[in-house]
Design a protein around this ligand. Structure first.
Ligand code: SAH
Length: 363
């Protein structure tokens, strides 16, 4: 049986409470009855607010060239073992086309972070080409790191309408330790404001189970999402990569999965109608990770539509799944996963978060 402390914490958070110690109690849920109670409460909210429909975003990992040196990330600048690539514009447009043919009405363009003008222009060109090639029908999310407001404006004007910028952690000190050569957490946070002011649907998120990250810190991450009133949340377990400074970090994959699922459930309770992703990193640690993410309250999945040739070069962490699975088989796999839990797929729908539509004109 759940203890009275846990049960009342769940009740308070379910009723709009935002007490950090209640969130901590929920995140700590380990035994089956508590985990089930937490996940079912989140699932009921998801059903009511966004329906039992998995929203799809075709993920295009378009470049692994990166100017940053994040201590956890496999494609960090100082990892010489990575074969760097940047897809040709035509290849990206082809991937976008593939996504649309599959009925994915949205894509995510994700890549390493660069701030140079050539990169800015390349993204503009890409966005315009995708827009022209798909009749402006595809929803386009960018996930290419921190950028100046003027750059964000240009990309918005060129057709991007959502942006995913994970804060990685809301803990300033932990952030500084993870990013010794760009320790300024506040600068990254301001970028979220810029995105919102430029009319993007704004997504953020964190890694879960980082070295030095406590449950209290994760509870603050959740409250940060609520305070920022974000439209989308993408979170996944931290997974060490052998060629990074965090290679030897303490790592208990069962705990990572449990915490990640509890974080998803709490995020759903705090931001009932947000788009919340069931991420690839979850799938990397558990063969049914993505389904379990949906059952804990997530409603978005991001099947990879990048050509197979480049899959292995975009390895943010070890054990990334589907390295040899082409876009068509990953679509079949996904259909099976979603059907297995009795949900449907929102084919042909952009799947904007209701909270974003209330704020912004339809893109
Ligand atoms: N460069 C872009 C996006 C690419 S990385 C940006 O900065 O926004 C996408 C996400 O992968 C990162 O935000 C991070 O949260 C996640 N990631 C990177 N390394 C990881 C690791 N070792 N384990 C789990 N997630 C990781």
């Amino acid at each position: 049986m759940s203890s009275p402390g846990f049960t009342s914490a769940l009740e308070r958070i379910g009723n709009g409470g935002q007490d950090p110690s209640d969130l901590e109690a929920l995140l700590a849920a380990q035994d089956r009855s508590r985990v089930d109670a937490l996940h079912s409460a989140a699932y009921a909210v998801k059903k009511r607010e966004v329906g039992l429909v998995a929203r799809l975003r075709g993920l295009i990992e378009w470049s692994n060239t990166c100017a940053r040196n994040c201590t956890y990330c496999g494609i960090r600048r100082d990892n010489p073992g990575v074969e760097r690539y940047t897809l040709e514009v035509e290849e990206i447009v082809a991937a976008a086309y593939r996504a649309r043919e599959f009925g994915y009405a949205s894509i995510v363009l994700q890549g390493g972070e660069r701030q140079d003008p050539a990169h800015t222009e390349r993204v503009v060109k890409l966005l315009l080409k995708i827009h022209a090639a798909t009749g402006g029908e595809l929803g386009v999310t960018l996930s290419v790191g921190e950028q100046d407001r003027s750059v964000l404006r240009r990309w918005r004007q060129a057709g991007a309408h959502r942006y995913l910028l994970r804060m990685e952690t809301s803990d300033r000190d932990l952030y500084a330790r993870l990013h010794p050569d760009h320790p300024d957490w506040e600068k990254r946070r301001r970028c979220l404001d810029d995105l919102r002011d430029e009319g993007y649907q704004v997504g953020t998120g964190v890694m879960i189970g980082l070295p030095g990250q406590s449950l209290a810190s994760l509870a603050r991450d959740l409250l940060f999402f609520a305070t920022q009133d974000v439209d989308m949340i993408g979170m996944g377990p931290f997974i060490p990569h052998a060629d990074t400074p965090l290679a030897a970090a303490d790592f208990d994959s069962e705990r990572q999965v449990r915490l990640a699922l509890n974080m998803i459930a709490c995020a759903r309770l705090l931001l009932p109608d947000a788009n919340i992703a069931s991420t690839t990193a979850l799938q990397a640690l558990h063969c049914r990770g993505r389904e379990r993410g949906l059952l804990a309250g997530a409603n978005v999945m991001m099947p990879n539509v990048t050509g197979l040739r480049y899959r292995t070069a975009y390895q943010l962490y070890d054990g990334k799944p589907s390295l040899d699975e082409d876009a068509a088989s990953s679509r079949r796999q996904l259909e099976r996963s979603v059907a297995a839990i009795g949900e449907t797929i929102g084919y042909g729908e952009r799947g904007d978060a209701p909270r974003a539509l209330a704020r912004l004109p339809r893109p």
